[in-house]
Design a protein around this ligand. Structure first.
Ligand code: PLP
Length: 435
């Protein structure tokens, strides 16, 4: 029997049927547009199994996962310690009755207080990144009494109404306006623009320390320290959205540590559940929790902090620290960047830029069509990539932090071939257009 990632593949005769039935169900019951996107993206198959840095489709084809869901499999797919913790909790009590204290939730809050920088201490648990941002925005209003929020252009904070108000892409915002009042956007990296925007009504500045969906944009040196200083001077809180950058991805446990700053509120999600159970959180300085202390149900979530998710998160944090995954992100990130820059040198007209920090890497193409084609071609060569939501000409390279050098090299080779194939295809299309 053909076994991939510990799971037997379905009988050969059933595989094509499963693919056709799944795509048909997408068309009929989920969204025909999504089915079309899978087709254009070259993903007319069905995912089947995963382990470590590898994913197999229903045909048993193997892929190196360089997108990670995105950015949720920092410890790799199905890390044995995360699975063991989740199985143990599943057999005993996966969900909380919520009328008694839950030991895993309390332990996870303590662990996050120990790991997060400075005096960040109190945690609230939810189920996704957008929810973590919603909570952080609400807490900022509650603690300061000021309704204004300054966010960054091209930022991505999620798509619930509050988080969307801080998200900076017009295409996602416009159909849902009016959004939250009092939210303004300034260019990321421009301290003077921020200074001008933080008036007396502004309760918080929210940013990603490295912008992810904006196309992996690194801030200029000194910018984050300047933001911290502007917030302090104007009495505004600083919310660091580390939903994507957090938990080792950029080479430090939290990205703000590169600049030595402590935000007032830190939002987490994605990788926190080890890629096994969804969980989000926001963690704040003690003084901000004063109203929550008086009214503990002022903000709440039925599933937030459930024991299953907290056990997954506790095991994930153990793996991240004991396996030194932030350091490994530095090492393998350098190798990946080197390899991708060589690809850029071979195809300078196609690849405009390669940039990143740790294993959060963006490859920018001369046109979004190239990004789409390269992603599809990379898939055909066994490498999973994904474009960034707010800048479709950039694809992200965010593999598990456990990736060994040999798989970094395999991913770079696959991308090299994909770029060459995309360049040839688009080149001949342009020539045909010119005739
Ligand atoms: N914040 C950041 C920085 C993100 O990258 C994302 C998702 O990509 C979110 C928030 C939203 O997270 P979720 O999709 O879990 O709601």
């Amino acid at each position: 029997m053909d076994v991939k990632g510990g799971a037997p593949l379905p009988p050969a005769a059933d595989r094509d049927r499963l693919v056709a039935a799944t795509l048909d169900r997408y068309r009929r019951y989920l969204n025909p547009g999504l089915a079309r996107l899978f087709r254009f993206g070259g993903s007319e198959t069905v995912e089947w199994a995963a382990e470590g840095c590898l994913v197999w489709d229903v045909h048993g084809r193997e892929y190196v996962d360089c997108a990670c869901g995105p950015a949720i499999f920092n410890v790799g797919h199905r890390h044995p310690r995360v699975l063991a913790a989740v199985r143990d909790q599943l057999e005993r009590m996966p969900m909380s009755v919520r009328t008694m204290p839950s030991a895993p939730q309390a332990e996870l809050a303590e662990r996050l207080a120990q790991l997060t920088p400075g005096d960040l201490q109190y945690a609230f648990f939810c189920n996704s990144g957008a929810e973590a941002v919603e909570g952080a925005l609400k807490l900022a209003r509650l603690a300061t009494g000021r309704p204004g929020i300054v966010a960054m252009r091209d930022a991505f904070h999620g798509k619930t109404l509050g988080a969307l108000s801080a998200t900076g892409r017009e295409e996602y915002r416009a159909p849902f306006e009016p959004l939250l009042p009092g939210v303004t956007h300034v260019p990321f990296g421009d301290a003077d623009a921020l200074e001008a925007a933080v008036g007396p009504d502004v309760g918080a500045v929210i940013l990603e320390p490295i912008q992810g969906e904006a196309g992996v944009i690194l801030p200029p040196p000194g910018y984050l320290r300047a933001v911290r200083e502007i917030c302090d001077r104007h009495g505004a809180l600083l919310i660091a959205d580390e939903v994507q950058t957090g938990l080792g991805r950029t080479g430090r446990m939290f990205c703000v540590e590169h600049d030595g700053i402590v935000p007032d509120i830190l939002a987490l999600a994605k990788a926190l559940g080890g890629g096994v159970v969804p969980i989000g959180a926001f963690v704040a300085r003690p003084a901000l929790w004063e109203r929550f202390q008086r009214q503990p149900y002022l903000h709440s979530s039925t599933f937030g902090g459930n024991p299953l998710a907290c056990r997954a998160a506790l095991a994930t944090l153990e793996v991240l620290t004991e396996e030194r995954l932030p350091e490994r992100a530095v090492e393998q990130g350098a190798r990946m960047l080197r390899g991708l820059r060589e690809v850029q040198q071979r195809h300078p007209r196609v690849v405009r830029a390669v940039r990143g920090c740790g294993l959060m890497i963006g490859v920018e193409f001369a046109h979004p069509d190239y990004a789409l084609l390269v992603s599809a071609e990379a898939g055909h060569r066994g490498v999973i990539t994904f474009y960034t939501l707010n800048r479709p000409e950039v694809i992200r390279i965010e593999p598990p932090l456990v990736i060994p050098p040999a798989l970094v090299d395999r991913a770079v080779d696959g991308l090299d071939g994909a770029v060459a194939a995309a360049a040839a295809q688009l080149g001949s299309l342009r020539e045909a257009d010119a005739v």
